[in-house]
Design a protein around this ligand. Sequence first.
Ligand code: SF4
Ligand code: SF4
Length: 223
Amino acid sequence: MAKPVVEKKYTLGERIYLLEILKGMVLTWKHFVFNFMASFRSGPHTVPTTWQYPEDRREISPIFRGEHMQTLDDQGREKCIGCGMCAKICPAQCISIVKAKVPEDQQELYAGKTYSSSFNIDLLRCIFCGFCEEVCPTNAIVLGQGYELAEYRREGCQRDKARLIENFRLARESGKLKPQRKPVIVAEPKAKPAPEGGAQKDPGVQKVEQAKPKKAAAAKETT
Ligand code: SF4
Ligand code: SF4
């Protein structure tokens, strides 16, 4: 259905236009002066004007997913056990790990019995999804608040273990560590009580034995 055209009745002032142009200019100048004066204020702006980055920096949310870091425990030991779960789940396949057993004379450096002798993240491929952080059983890998990741060369976008640990140290010193997520606890399988009058049978064997009487009953019904 066609929309009916409503003819607007203009006042004399509107028909002259000059007054309307002046009203528009007053509004424009009001905003201009307001924002111009705001740009001289020091510190982060509290008015809706352009942030003067990099001098002004917005506060980053504590759950922001930025540049990765590898955390250390309270005793300064590496928490990564080199399990490779982060590399396995990474949709961009940008994590590469080499797992190794902790040498006898270096036990004080690592929290686990194994560690990652090599750990690398290719930030050019990373999509900052946070899956690696979610899946890590020891909270060893965390996505921090670093977002200035531009580099002139591709090699600059590689993050090795030393750099990841350095990221953690810097974040800890500047008080920008995320609240710790509860580590994933894998539930122990419940032990079945031993049957009365004998040792516990293998569950696989039990299944076969339980199936037998049913089969026999079915055969009886058909005959
Ligand atoms: S960072 Fe976490 S998930 Fe990745 S290898 Fe180390 S312990 Fe495993
Ligand atoms: S944030 Fe996502 S894409 Fe980046 S390394 Fe972790 S799992 Fe891979």
